[in-house]
Design a protein around this ligand. Structure first.
Ligand SMILES: [Zn+2]
Length: 252
């Protein structure tokens, strides 16, 4: 975690004490960066173990964006790491009211699909978990409107590479726009890419316990073969209740 934090800081994806990283340690246990520390010089003292309600198990004060991380873990049982950063060019796109999802750079589309922008939520507010809910289920990289980014992965390196790709997409798109009109992908080219992405994703998804077919991550985890919902259903309503409960108890 310290090595990834250093890379983020050195690449300018975070400044000062911005951003936060986390990993899933096991059932109901997460390692999260401490509040108010520079990600360029993390030590073991800057890491906190918490449960899935953000309650501290070991260490001191969790990051203010922990609820954002916990929401991502709750909705994506397939991920083990989450990174929230402030990549400057990606943020600039939202300040200028430009949507990076329209940038159809083939290499980025192949690895991330599109990069949607979540609705505005004040940084460090519980609203952050609400606005990402419908997007994080289908996307590994999001831009938070006029705030930053959220990337998830099978491990911290994977989530970090997605952050690099997200900012790279912003860099290339900005350069292309300055040169003239952007050449988009044709519908046929997009279809080819999406087909390949769908194939790759289906290979890594968990299997249905009854028929063995890959489960599809949508609003709920659903098996198209047996027609039955899996027991690992990602219930967005339960997340909403969790967020409300935490707000009510004033724990974040
Ligand atoms: Zn932030």
């Amino acid at each position: 975690m310290a090595a990834v934090g250093r890379r983020m800081y050195e690449r300018g994806f975070v400044i000062a004490t911005d951003g936060n990283l986390s990993i899933r340690l096991g059932p109901h246990r997460f390692l999260v960066t401490r509040s108010g520390v520079c990600k360029g010089s993390l030590t073991t003292m800057d890491m906190v173990v918490c449960d899935d309600y953000g309650r501290i198990v070991r260490g001191h004060k969790v990051s203010s964006e922990t609820l954002l991380h916990l929401a991502a873990y709750y909705l994506r049982p397939d991920i083990n790491a989450v990174i929230h950063a402030h990549p400057p060019l990606a943020i600039a796109f939202t300040l200028a009211d430009k949507n990076l999802a329209e940038s159809r750079l083939p290499e980025v589309v192949m690895s991330l699909g599109s990069i949607p922008t979540a609705m505005f939520a004040a940084p460090s507010s519980p609203e952050g978990a609400e606005v990402i809910r419908d997007l994080i289920i289908k996307h590994d990289a999001l831009i938070l409107d006029r705030h930053g980014s959220l990337t998830v992965g099978k491990d911290l390196t994977d989530a970090y590479y997605k952050l690099e790709r997200l900012e790279f997409a912003a860099q290339v798109t900005l350069a292309a726009v300055s040169l003239g009109e952007i050449k988009g992908l044709s519908p046929e080219e997009i279809r080819k890419i999406e087909k390949s992405i769908e194939f790759n994703r289906s290979c890594s998804l968990p299997r249905c316990p009854s028929c063995g077919e890959p489960l599809h991550l949508s609003k709920s985890v659903f098996c198209s073969q047996s027609g039955t919902e899996s027991s690992i259903k990602a219930d967005t309503e339960r997340l909403a209740n969790l967020v409300q409960q935490i707000i009510k108890e004033g724990r974040m």
